[in-house]
Write a protein that binds this ligand. Structure first.
Ligand code: GLA
Length: 498
């Protein structure tokens, strides 16, 4: 063999063996190791003349220093904390170059800050209190979750919102016309929690309902939309989940109620993401964006289990997937289908969604659930207790390669190109002419599936393949990729260079 051929072959072989990106395959928390890597989102929307806040998610060893070139007028970066903040007056699209530097190197990344009428240009990421804690939420819980998100590195993978769900309020509205905060749970009020989160570059979500009472039977917002939206903004709230218990069934009434709150939120001085939560009963994918919504539930509540056929209550991951699958045309930057929050790592500990320590999924099933939600460009709102999660749960929630698929700037929801009895194949177009393909084994048996250029339109034999969870380059597609799936496994690949 000629020397040059030998080097070429070695180069290709090494390329195939090397992980193509930093993941945490050996279980240690590698988020704070190695050279810097700036993680998505790479496009951020904010309304003009409202407070802008963005922590630059960056993995790599600390200490770390950040720089930002070409920030729009009104914004500044704290180079030690990595937090960009301020207010921009002029609408427009600003391309900013970020640099993160540590002892071991540098990473540069262009991001777009778009000041205009759209928020949530990629699916929102964060945590919500409901799926594990139900009514048992407190101020200290929320602050501890924030601490955990900073300390364990989830913030550096793009998780930003910490959302207070039902039960932060008292049942009756105060004589002054304002919702009363339950002071036993939040003794220092909501603003105190919001300030704590904002200091860390995190954001606060809150919850209300388009009727007199919420699903949990505490104070809702009907008739007081302007008062409540203003209170939320004054407290520093960044997201509102607006539920629909106790409200009329019809689509028109729902549109009216959601419009009122949508307008009230937009009239505040903050960029508040609006989550429409009427469980997909009135086809919200057709109207929720027009009423100011940034994502809308497409299904009933998720339970902590894989499939309804096995155990209830709540919908299983498979049933929800099937309900959300056909709605991809409605999702895009600024407005997403929401197949409900993640159950990764809840493992039967929920105090709300199928409690009694029943249910739960295997780690493989939770990983597949994460893969599907990323492929479907769903909001990634985890709901497990992130202060105490297992290594497997942590790795499922913090794999930067799968998150990058979710956060891709093209903002496409995957379509399902094959739905067979025991498996699905999903295709998600990505920016840079790449394509993510997921193969899901729905059965409890081993399964072999072939991906080739005949079964997936747009693929050619020349496409280069990366295995997302394994973090490896697999070479060219050639005659096809024979995918071996464990029971309930979902493998995800990126194909590039068609
Ligand atoms: C509804 C919603 C859930 C949760 C509860 C709170 O069921 O769909 O996500 O917010 O209300 O009571």
């Amino acid at each position: 063999m000629k020397k040059t051929t030998f080097y070429f072959v070695m180069f290709v072989l090494l390329g195939m063996l090397m992980p193509f990106n930093l993941i945490y395959a050996d279980g240690s928390n590698k988020i704070f190791e190695g050279a810097p890597c700036i993680n998505p989102p790479y496009i951020i929307g904010n309304y003009p003349e409202t407070t802008f806040l963005f922590y630059i998610p960056t993995s790599g060893e600390r200490p770390m220093a950040w720089e930002a070139d070409n920030l729009p007028k009104g914004l500044s970066l704290n180079s030690e904390t990595g937090i960009i903040s301020g207010k921009v007056t002029d609408a427009g699209e600003y391309t900013v170059t970020l640099t993160a530097t540590n002892r071991l190197g540098k990473d540069k990344q262009q991001i777009i800050i778009r000041i205009g009428e759209e928020l949530a240009l990629t699916p929102p990421m964060g945590w919500n209190s409901w799926n594990t804690f139900g009514r048992h939420l407190t101020e200290s819980l929320i602050m501890e979750i924030a601490d955990a998100m900073v300390k364990n590195g989830m913030r550096d993978l793009g998780y930003a919102y910490i959302n207070i769900d039902d039960f932060w309020q008292l049942k009756e509205r105060g004589a002054d016309g304002h919702i009363q905060i339950n002071k036993e749970k939040f003794p220092n009020g909501i603003k105190y929690v919001a300030d704590y989160l904002h200091e860390r570059g995190l954001k606060l979500g809150i919850y209300s309902d388009a009727a007199e009472y919420t699903c949990g039977g505490v104070c809702g917002s009907i008739g007081y939309e302007d008062v409540d939206a203003k209170d939320f903004a004054d407290w520093g709230v960044d997201l509102l989940k607006y539920d629909y218990c106790g409200a009329p069934f019809g689509q028109q009434e729902a549109i009216e109620r959601y419009t009122k709150m949508g307008k009230a939120l937009r009239a505040t001085n903050r960029s508040i993401i609006y989550s429409v939560c009427e469980w997909g009963q009135r086809e919200p994918w057709k109207w929720a964006k027009q009423v100011g919504g940034h994502y809308w539930r497409t299904t009933g509540d998720i339970g902590d289990h894989w499939s309804n056929k096995v155990i209830g209550p709540g919908l299983g991951v498979m049933e929800i997937t099937d309900m959300n699958a056909s709605l991809s045309e409605y999702a895009g930057p600024g407005g997403w289908n929401d197949p409900d929050m993640l159950i990764v790592g809840i493992s039967g500990t929920s105090m709300s969604i199928g409690g009694n320590n029943k249910g739960g999924c295997s780690d493989e099933q939770y990983r597949s659930h994460m893969s599907l939600w990323c492929m479907m460009a769903s909001p990634l709102l985890c709901g497990n207790d992130i202060r105490t999660m297992s290594r497997e749960t942590f790795e499922t929630l913090t794999n930067r390669n799968i998150i990058a698929i979710n956060q891709d700037v093209l903002g496409k929801q995957a379509t399902r190109s094959i739905r067979a009895d025991y498996f699905d194949i999903w295709v998600k177009p990505l920016s840079n002419n790449e394509m993510a393909i997921a193969c899901l084994n729905r059965s409890d048996k081993l399964l072999d599936v072939l991906i080739d250029s005949k079964t997936i339109p747009g693929l050619t034999a020349n496409a280069e393949i990366k295995d997302v969870w394994a973090g490896r380059n697999l070479g060219k597609l050639s005659d096809g990729l024979n995918v071996k799936l464990e029971p309930y496994q979902c493998k995800v690949y990126i194909f590039s260079g068609k």
